[in-house]
Design a protein around this ligand. Structure first.
Ligand code: F6P
Length: 326
């Protein structure tokens, strides 16, 4: 089937670099002679028919902007077969041939279901600060969020050292992922890190940090992934305070701060590469794949693989963190 027109969506949680993707997909599509219809507010806009034709100037001056100019919104209707049927009807009435969807794991899942139900070529582009998507080494937004973590932790370190305090700093991580916490901890020289993939015992954490203070440390910073499994920074801080009343403990929760800001150079580059690759994929007749980056090469990963597999974390990184925080 020859493709004439694409519909472009950003869905789920925003991530820095999504606008760089929007720019790249739009310009690559136009370069290849395709029409671009931008969908506002994610799947909600697909359902409601909120679309605007995009020309090259619609994406001028956005490569450096955080958030998503297309906006994003929950869409409970899209989780029902009737809602997806309505979205499909809107699409076909407007003469749309293919979908390019930018977002995280939930977005890939929704796109896969839609692609299975209707005869629409769909391409996914992974964009989430959490980096928790199988089939790609990195996601758009992850590098920027890591840089925001190191900036925040560097600042917290100043005050932690002045007061000789133990800080639990909570970072995001999606439903069960410690990529931000573990790599953020290594990059900012943290003393410890608590992630859902590796079981941690509260008393061990307190003991470890207390020993650190006794030996060489004037301050300690523990990065905690926000997930249910870890219980979050507040829970750890309370337990350690109870068990080690002598420690001066504080909590700092970064949360949405990590989703904002100008995308890093790395995120702008991978966003541009993945955006162009999404249009290349459609022109080659690919459908129902996510664009991934593996060993710095663009790959096409079938949605079925993306959805069925959990991206593993490199547990050796924990040893590196511990070896370097003595
Ligand atoms: O996926 C990105 C993310 O920020 C996760 O880290 C977080 O669990 C989720 O979105 C929740 O987002 P919100 O608080 O905006 O609903």
């Amino acid at each position: 089937m020859a493709i004439n027109c694409i519909r472009l969506i950003t869905a789920g949680s925003d991530a820095p670099g999504m606008n760089s993707v929007v720019r790249a997909v739009t310009r690559a599509a136009i370069y290849n002679g395709l029409q671009v219809k931008a969908v506002y507010r994610g799947f909600k806009g697909l359902y409601n028919g909120e679309i605007v034709e995009f020309h090259t100037q619609n994406v001028s001056n956005i490569i450096q902007q955080g958030g998503t100019i297309l906006r994003t919104s929950p869409c409970p209707e899209f989780t029902t077969p009737e809602g997806r049927e309505q979205a499909y009807k809107n699409m076909t009435e407007a003469g749309i041939d293919a979908l390019v969807v930018v977002g995280g794991d939930g977005t890939m899942m929704g796109t896969r279901i839609f692609a299975q139900e209707f005869d629409v070529p769909c391409i996914g582009i992974p964009a989430t600060i959490d980096n928790d998507i199988y089939g790609t080494d990195t996601t758009v937004g992850y590098d920027t969020a890591l840089n925001t973590i190191i900036d925040a932790v560097d600042k917290i370190r100043d005050t932690a050292t002045s007061h000789q305090r133990l800080f639990f700093v909570e970072v995001r991580g999606g439903s069960a992922a410690g990529f931000l916490a573990l790599n953020g901890a290594i990059a900012s020289g943290c003393e410890e890190c608590i992630i859902p993939e590796i079981e941690a015992k509260e008393d061990q954490v307190g003991q470890y940090v207390q020993n650190g203070f006794k030996k060489t440390k004037n301050s300690s910073i523990v990065l905690v992934a926000e997930t249910k499994e870890t219980g979050g920074a507040l829970q750890y801080a309370e337990q350690v305070k109870r068990e080690f009343p002598g420690l001066d403990v504080r909590v700092s929760i970064l949360r949405h701060l990590l989703r904002g800001g100008q995308p890093s150079a790395h995120d702008r580059i991978i966003a541009s590469r993945m955006g162009v690759a999404s249009i290349d994929a459609l022109m080659e007749g690919q459908r129902n794949v996510m664009i991934g980056l593996q060993n710095d090469e663009i790959v096409y990963v079938p949605f079925s693989k993306v959805i069925k597999n959990v991206k593993p974390i490199d547990k050796d990184l924990m040893d590196i963190l511990h070896n370097l925080s003595i």
